[in-house]
Design a protein around this ligand. Structure first.
Ligand code: GLY
Length: 565
């Protein structure tokens, strides 16, 4: 039986004013608020706001939060993993930074097969599971282009917490308990993440990570080369060689963050900016919204069975396409038609308003082989910022990633190779199916569902959302966007609402029980198979308020924290 793992991504949302604005409170927005941050941990939210107070902008603040999360929420994300950043500046320029992990240079299509049989554990745990980490490269790139501070300024507060320690949260304790057995396989992981008695860290324990503190300090002093071309690369290459891995010193030296073209779509008068491939997030958030635009959700209301039915049906159609078409656009052709309005109209026409449909296959968007997503672009222009919004989702994949800590560094390596399709038709840790488009190849980036999203109205940023939870990220983002745009809810209300998710296979709707008996009964009546959950998801959202300030919300499901400055 396949192991069940909890998912591990985490969004950071930061919006802030520029240095000049901070010195003239109220002048720009007519409010006394100068920024907002929403993350899954109070210390990460705090460091983001501290960074804004110290004259950093939202890019600096998001990076400070991301690096802090690598310490206090390291089972979810860290510099041993990857991230995507959507950055919007007051100049109107949008920049998308892809810090997704990359398959090592000798990775092959069939590396997770043994005598033709898939070996999921190889892509999930241990030496073959990690892709080359990209988070630090993305952060460094973003900060050099758009930040006001230096990397040292945003990494040292996190180094201090790593060294002094922090109190273990309920989330940390429960993830730690779930990973004890797998962490115990690796002495370097045992040393940091298990207590001397072999157990996991418990609620309220003070967790210190001296090696990670030293790593962060070395990066502060020597820059990211210490990680990609220096001591970290050497230690990683050595561990890999000794433990049957394939990642080399050269793989780390070759890693590059990529600038990609923003994925833009319009939904009921709002412009939605999301993450293009190799995330499937932006594509399918846009596709689902495009389909739903053909139905008057506002009139149906937020708590009607038909609203949920339509959303679920749109999700099924999108996830069928995801499994077939999506992969790294630097390696495969991903059709742009997936987000076309005419294609969405065709798909919307297939939805039966009264019955759960039987989606048996992917569909074919227009110009599927000729109109494809571009390979990454390398050019962009730097402009003076007057205000910035950053939506960033970071991950090491499942809880504690590969469970491997590079000895002496405190850095947990991701298991993002499991986001490839290790064999067509074989589900990954999230039960997702994939095909040739997402097969493993050297230097390729595995398909993601991460969906950092920024919404513009009349050209101005008004809302931002992102989530953790593998494929449920797409559903959480869609539900949040609909609740904001169709139903006029603000973040604090949105994140109280129930989550629903359908990824086509398995054929079931994941649904939070708090949605209520009426919806549950109504969906069953329409033929949906429901899998009721007490809770799932971890979403952060921020929005501008009518008075020109900010509202933010960290997901209460994981005790997330948002704060307005
Ligand atoms: N590792 C989860 C995702 O990127 O979707």
């Amino acid at each position: 039986m396949r192991r069940r793992q909890f998912l591990k991504t985490l969004p950071v949302m930061v919006s802030g004013l520029s240095l000049a604005e901070a010195f003239h409170p109220g002048q720009v927005f007519g409010a006394t608020m100068h920024g907002v941050a929403a993350t899954v941990h109070p210390l990460a939210t705090k460091v983001a706001l501290d960074t804004l107070k110290q004259g950093g902008n939202a890019v600096d603040a998001a990076i400070a939060a991301g690096l802090m999360l690598g310490v206090v929420d390291g089972f979810n994300s860290g510099i041993g993993g990857g991230c995507f950043m959507v950055i919007r500046r007051a100049s109107g320029e949008m920049t998308i930074i892809d810090g997704r992990e990359m398959a090592p240079g000798t990775a092959t299509r069939d590396m997770y097969l043994k005598e033709g049989k898939p070996m999921p554990d190889w892509s999930q745990t241990g030496a073959l599971a990690p892709g080359v980490p990209g988070e630090l490269a993305a952060f460094d790139f973003a900060q050099k282009q758009f930040g006001r501070l230096k990397l040292a300024d945003v990494i040292l507060p996190a180094a201090e917490i790593a060294s002094k320690g922090f109190r273990v949260t309920p989330e940390y304790a429960s993830r730690s308990a779930s990973a004890v057995k797998a962490l115990a396989k690796f002495p370097s992981s045992r040393k940091v993440f298990l207590k001397p008695d072999g157990g996991g860290w418990k609620l309220g324990d003070m967790l210190k990570q001296k090696d990670l503190a030293s790593t962060y300090r070395a990066i502060a002093k020597e820059g990211v080369d210490w990680f990609y071309r220096g001591e970290f690369a050497r230690l990683t290459g050595q561990w890999m060689k000794e433990n049957g891995g394939i990642m080399t010193v050269e793989d780390l030296a070759n890693y590059q963050a990529k600038v990609r073209e923003p994925l833009r779509t319009k939904y009921r008068g709002h412009e939605i900016i999301g993450m293009p491939p190799p995330s499937s997030g932006g594509v399918h958030v846009a596709q689902i919204l495009n389909i739903l635009e053909h139905f008057d959700l506002a009139n149906l209301g937020p708590n009607s069975v038909e609203t949920y039915h339509l959303i679920i049906e749109a999700m099924k159609l999108a996830f069928a396409d995801r499994a077939w078409w999506l992969g790294d656009p630097d390696f495969v052709s991903v059709p742009r038609g997936l987000v076309s309005k005419t294609y969405a109209q065709e798909l919307a026409g297939r939805i039966d308003r009264n019955r759960a449909g039987n989606v048996t296959s992917y569909s074919t968007p227009p110009d599927a082989t000729t109109d494809i997503f571009g390979k990454h672009t390398t050019h962009f222009t730097v402009a003076d910022a007057e205000g910035n919004w950053v939506a960033c989702t970071a991950t090491i994949n499942t809880t504690f990633g590969s469970k491997v800590v590079v000895p002496g560094t405190g850095v947990v390596l991701n298991n993002q190779m499991d986001d490839f399709s290790i064999q067509p038709g074989v589900p990954n840790a999230f039960g997702l199916l994939g095909n040739e488009a997402n097969a493993v190849a050297a230097g390729k980036r595995p398909l993601s569902s991460m969906s950092p999203t920024i919404v513009l109205k009349d050209g101005q940023p008004v809302f931002s959302i992102g989530a953790a939870g593998g494929p449920t990220i797409i559903s959480q983002a869609v539900m949040g966007l609909i609740r904001y745009i169709d139903f006029g809810m603000m973040p604090q209300r949105i994140l109280q609402e129930a989550n629903v998710h359908h990824q086509l296979r398995p054929d079931e709707v994941k649904i939070e029980a708090k949605i209520g008996e009426t919806i549950i009964a109504g969906l069953k009546e329409r033929g949906h198979k429901l899998k009721q959950m007490s809770s799932f998801g971890a979403c952060q959202a921020i929005a501008r308020t009518e008075s020109g300030g900010f509202q933010g919300m960290g997901d209460p499901r994981v005790h997330g924290k948002a704060e307005v400055l």
